[in-house]
Design a protein around this ligand. Structure first.
Ligand SMILES: Cc1cc2nc3c(=O)[nH]c(=O)nc-3n(C[C@H](O)[C@H](O)[C@H](O)COP(=O)(O)OP(=O)(O)OC[C@H]3O[C@@H](n4cnc5c(N)ncnc54)[C@H](O)[C@@H]3O)c2cc1C
Length: 462
């Protein structure tokens, strides 16, 4: 009988846990035996996802839900047997607001990240001046641009819809997801469907409408809303993935310190106090720490990984004892032009059922890079409360406050990202025992992190 294939997955965030689950599935299908280790630096699995129960409030550590038009997470949920625990956002609330001159206005219905597709709602919105509306509506008449290598999201929105749509709507929505500057983000690497809409239909507005009509025609089977989560929060996914691991496979509080490739194939991994050998290594951690580990064995690969920028943010969760007035929709996004410390707010207990005790509310305030990196918790809480007071006139003292800080944790795919990826893939081919997962390379949300993990598992067992 062949010796089992020793597979190490480094990082027990959603990407690493999904990679581990896929390794087990593929090995079972192929009738192969594997010896699996999932190695996590901290004392809990889940990485940036997970849910804490605090005095009756269900507080998400990071992600509170995910988009459903990328199928990896939904497919995984089915295979894990937790499909029945998926929930959709509360339909009664719907929509979100954007801040203009310190006041809240609804985001026009049908506005799709960078493009107004609901014409009536856009034309009646007080967010954009008559001149800005005329400019944006003229998009349907503009010619298709000549194909170019890449461009920033800001350049795309500006040339198709004008400055006002960029500053008042696209920038805060993009900032709310990527925590990044649209002047730097690559259109091809982040939102290629808008480029496809332009290239296929000449006008982005018309192209998006055609995409939507096609999606409606081809939709079959179970339909989900665009966002979903789990009944008891994202922890449901973490628990199911951890529960599917063989006993003893998950090792916590075990930061990987060094990697040394072995002449006979595979690699030796160094931890505090011991080393161990593995035939395959899946690094499911962010690009910067991966670069540090890979530097001694492949400096050009490490350099390309190091070049991928990552942003920071802080999250202040506040649970209030009473139902707050003034919370409309799922939350608020805040344009840079407002020059405020907050980037966005989510009204968690309005967006999802059973996130707060009856008659109370849970609000999450996202604060920007500088505060996340420099301010202490007390200042973060004070700033979040000031923002709630000034934007929503809420001055209550929260019963529960939970601060999370994510430093250099949000990958920013800058213009040229796809060329960098191609070079990374070419350099990786020299290390057949190594594959990279995580969200630094091919998509920033949980569904993409899961797909990256599953693809890395496939490569490892090929
Ligand atoms: C504040 C915030 C809000 C978000 N909201 C959403 C959302 O609403 N929807 C959505 O889809 N996505 C959201 N995301 C993104 C989502 O959380 C990520 O896509 C996802 O967590 C990436 O998973 P990952 O496994 O690649 O990385 P991570 O979740 O970062 O996990 C990596 C793991 O590797 C471990 N590790 C690092 N170095 C080592 C080492 N040397 N040895 C061993 N282990 C190591 C870390 O401790 C960590 O547990 C959000 C992210 C943040 C920060």
């Amino acid at each position: 009988m062949n010796a089992p294939l020793r597979v190490a997955v480094v990082g027990a965030g959603p990407s690493g846990l999904a990679a581990a689950f896929r390794v087990l599935e593929l090995a079972r299908e192929a009738g192969r035996t594997v010896s699996l280790s999932v190695i996590e630096a901290t004392d809990r699995p889940g990485g940036a996802i997970g849910t804490d129960e605090v005095e009756g409030f269900r507080v998400e550590r990071g992600a509170d839900g995910f988009i459903t038009d990328k199928p990896a997470l939904l497919n995984l949920a089915k295979r894990l047997g937790i499909e029945g625990r998926l929930v959709r956002p509360e339909p009664a609330q719907q929509g979100a607001s954007v801040v203009k001159n310190g006041e809240l206005f609804p985001i026009p219905e049908g506005f799709s990240m960078m493009a107004p597709t609901g014409i009536r709602a856009f034309l009646t919105s007080p967010l954009i001046s008559p001149r800005g509306k005329l400019r944006a509506m003229g998009e349907v008449l503009l010619p298709r641009s000549a194909p170019r290598d890449d461009e920033s999201l800001a350049s795309f929105v500006r040339r198709r819809f004008g400055d006002e749509v960029l500053e008042r709507l696209a920038q805060p929505l993009i900032g709310g997801i990527y925590g990044a500057d649209p002047e730097l983000l690559s259109l091809r690497a982040t939102m290629p469907r808008f480029l496809d809409a332009e290239q296929s239909s000449r006008s982005v507005t018309l192209g998006l409408r055609r995409q939507a009509a096609r999606a409606a025609q081809t939709a079959h089977g179970a339909r989900y809303s665009l966002f979903a989560s789990f009944d008891r929060g994202m922890q449901v996914l973490v628990d199911a993935l951890v529960g599917a691991l063989p006993s003893g496979a998950l090792r916590l509080s075990a930061p990987l310190q060094a990697i040394r490739p072995l002449p006979e194939g595979g690699a030796e991994l160094t931890f505090a106090g011991h080393t161990e050998r593995h035939d395959r290594v899946i690094l499911a951690i962010s690009a910067r720490p991966s670069a540090r580990l890979l530097e001694p064995l492949d400096a050009p690969l490490a350099r390309r990984l190091e070049q991928i920028q990552h942003g920071s943010c802080a999250l202040v969760n506040m649970g209030f004892e009473r139902r707050l007035e003034g919370l409309r929709g799922y939350g608020v996004v805040i344009p840079d032009t407002e020059r405020r410390p907050a980037i966005a707010m989510t009204f968690a207990s309005r967006k999802w059922a059973e996130r707060a005790p009856p008659g109370s509310d849970l609000v999450r305030v996202f604060l920007g890079e500088q505060l996340a990196e420099e301010a202490d918790d007390e200042r973060l809480i004070r700033t979040a409360r000031e923002e709630l007071g000034s934007l929503l006139r809420i001055h209550d003292v929260p019963r529960v406050t939970v601060v999370r800080r994510y430093v250099a944790a949000m990958p920013h795919y800058h213009v040229g990202h796809l060329e960098r990826l191609a070079t990374i893939d070419r350099l990786l081919a020299a290390h057949p025992w190594l594959s990279l997962a995580g969200n630094s390379l091919r998509g920033v949300g949980v569904p993409d992190a899961i797909k990256a993990g599953e693809d890395a598992a496939q490569l490892a067992l090929r």
